[in-house]
Write a protein that binds this ligand. Structure first.
Ligand code: ADP
Ligand code: ZN
Length: 217
């Protein structure tokens, strides 16, 4: 499948993407994970991205497009991809459209995962992420806690609260989402690609996406 996952921070895009990759071998492409990896590795890209990310703001479009232009041409994308956290702005969506035309790729669907703000706030403040950059498993201290000692169940590394998961940074990210990313809902609706999903569970969202793709074929 070739889909975009749209939704506010904490809507569950990453979790849903991981479930979907298990279905048909499509790869998850998370710009947030790529950027966090670059920050950790201390690359020039990471150095430029870090300040924007820690404050809850967006990384400049030009940086993101450079990353995605390369990433979408890697071999593993031929079996399909799930874009998680990209595009995030109208200019990114415009550029992505041009890129996909150039690469002769057609999107199946844009899934808009619509979750109420209070649910999102609760989820984000209780979220923990594996600190191992090649793992990045996500936990929730209430619903899916890490192993004793706050260790990752998959790789044993410590789990951490991200710098952008303080209350201030979270409100900033939600404001940025409403201002810069939410307009993509109308954008993709006009293109006939949009499916809005209001399921509470990740499995419910996955099933709605499967049904949505089948209906568009
Ligand atoms: P979220 O949980 O907010 O969806 P992500 O892991 O997707 O978080 O992204 C973390 C941060 O990385 C964002 O707050 C932003 O600073 C940066 N980022 C990720 N993807 C993009 C993008 N497509 N455009 C600009 N900035 C991005
Ligand atoms: Zn781990």
């Amino acid at each position: 499948m070739r889909i975009i996952l749209l939704g506010a921070p904490g809507a569950g895009k990453g979790t849903v993407a991981k479930l979907l990759t298990a279905l048909d071998g499509s790869v998850q492409i998370s710009t947030g994970d790529i950027l966090r990896g670059a920050v950790k590795a201390g690359t020039p890209l990471g150095k430029e991205a870090k300040g924007h990310m820690d404050s809850g703001g967006l990384v400049p479009d030009s940086l993101i497009m450079g990353i995605m232009e390369q990433r979408l041409q890697e071999k593993d994308c031929q079996g399909g991809f799930l874009l998680d956290g990209f595009p995030r702005t109208i200019p990114q969506a415009d550029e992505l459209g041009k890129l996909l035309t150039k690469l002769n790729i057609k999107l199946d669907l844009v899934a808009n995962i619509d979750v109420p703000r209070d649910v999102i706030l609760d989820r984000l403040t209780t979220r923990r992420t594996c600190s191992n950059t090649s793992c990045q498993e996500i936990y929730n201290i209430k619903s899916n806690p890490p192993a004793p000692g706050d260790k990752c169940k998959k790789c044993g590394s410590p789990t951490i609260q991200r710098a952008d998961e303080t209350v201030e940074a979270i409100s900033k990210r939600l404001d940025v989402y409403n201002e810069k990313t939410a307009p993509l809902i109308g954008y993709y609706d006009k293109l006939g690609k949009l499916l809005t999903i209001k399921e509470a569970s990740s499995d419910g969202v996955v099933n709605a996406i499967k049904a949505g793709i089948a209906a568009k074929k």
